[in-house]
Design a protein around this ligand. Structure first.
Ligand code: SAH
Length: 362
């Protein structure tokens, strides 16, 4: 049994059950044994592969959207380019390569990376060593210096803790991680309750066992981003897997070496994520003052951004095998049965003004 499992059990034995949110935060962020603290989880040897790791085209097209946002802002003399949870730094490296085509963009950029993992910070520095900008690191978005912001976040929000509530005969009880008779970790209904007020009317009469999720940590960040955009101007592009409309359902999942795993089986060694509620994020950002553009699927976003044209020019003059692998990447990124539909793209602005490729969506 891993050291982290032992520590979690000891804590539950002493202090009582943990909320799903506390459990998720410990598994991902424990300073010694947390999933992101200790490793590079990406790629074939890791547990999952993200879009920027599939193909350089992803970061390039996000970069093109950032340049459009910059133009829509009126090409400010200085702004903060911010990435939340940059992973290996691949997206940012690809983005900056495209942005260099607009030298004023690079000149105006102060690069800010919001990353809590020391291990990933060093990978990001390595990846950006050849970039024309030096990043400043922060532990949270609120530490980013004043001024306009162009922000991107790919698969960041899904890593923030969720609370789960389960419908029982006794109301909506917070789902907790406790210990069963054999001292194994077990999910159950805890004492804390969700008030009826916090459950959308449509789900009030859900059958027993129904699960309802909230993600206050994610909503708080979205609200802070909204406040900043309203105050100083800018835009944000949030990409993640998730759903457009609030709905009941258990979306907590563990991935261990590219396969689904029991969420309690490998604390700190498996990735734990939840699907993002884009409606809740949009409401929080609007509460902060941001303009919210209609949500696109990742497939729509990439195709409108010119994925097929980019794939064509990238493949021109290359070997048959290389062209095949570019075609394969297009399918993985934009295919409706792959990442194209499950992943959504939410764009926020300081004004109501849209920018490409979101403009045609209004
Ligand atoms: N955007 C990258 C990585 C996604 S994984 C990609 O697309 O490949 C999630 C990233 O968010 C990791 O870099 C992780 O260390 C970081 N992260 C997770 N929780 C965080 C938190 N609370 N604050 C800051 N960064 C966090």
């Amino acid at each position: 049994m891993s050291d982290l499992t032992e520590r979690i059990k000891a804590r539950i034995a002493n202090e009582g059950p943990l909320s799903v949110a506390q459990y998720m935060a410990i598994c991902l962020g424990d300073p010694e044994a947390g999933y992101y603290t200790t490793r590079d989880p990406f790629g074939r040897d890791g547990d999952f592969t993200t879009a920027p790791e599939i193909s350089q085209m992803f970061g390039e097209l996000v970069g093109a959207a950032c340049v459009s946002a910059y133009e829509a802002l009126g090409a400010p003399e200085q702004f903060n380019l911010v990435e939340l949870g940059p992973g290996r730094g691949t997206l940012m490296a690809d983005l900056l390569r495209v942005a260099r085509l607009r030298p004023e963009f690079i000149k105006a950029t102060r690069l800010n990376l919001v990353e809590t993992s020391p291990h990933l910070r060093s990978l990001q520095l390595e990846k950006l060593a050849a970039a024309p900008l030096e990043p400043a690191f922060h532990n949270a978005f609120r530490e980013v210096p004043d001024g306009p912001v162009i922000l991107i976040a790919n698969e960041f929000f899904d890593a923030l803790p969720i609370h789960q509530f389960v419908r029982t005969a006794d109301g909506w009880c917070e789902r907790v991680v406790g210990l069963d008779q054999d001292d194994n970790l077990a999910l159950g209904a805890g004492a804390a309750k969700l008030s009826d007020r916090d459950i959308p009317a449509a789900f009030k009469d859900s059958p027993e066992g129904t699960i309802f999720e909230t993600q206050p940590a994610a909503n708080a960040v979205a609200e802070e981003i909204g406040e900043r955009l309203a105050k100083s101007g800018g835009a944000a592009i949030v990409i993640d897997y998730g759903y457009r409309k609030t709905a009941p359902g258990d979306t907590l999942q563990a991935l261990f070496r590219h396969t689904h795993d029991d969420v309690l089986a490998h604390p700190g060694d498996a990735d734990l994520t939840a699907h993002v509620n884009f409606e809740a994020l949009a409401i929080a950002a609007a509460k902060g003052g941001a303009g919210v553009l209609p949500v696109l699927t990742q497939g729509e976003f990439l195709l409108r951004s010119g994925l097929l044209e980019r794939a064509g020019s990238l493949g021109a003059g290359k070997s048959h095998a290389e062209q095949e692998s570019i075609r394969d990447a297009v399918e993985r990124l934009a295919g409706p049965d792959q990442m194209g539909s499950l992943f959504k793209v939410l764009a926020l602005t300081g004004t109501k003004r849209s920018f490409h490729p979101f403009d045609s969506a209004v």
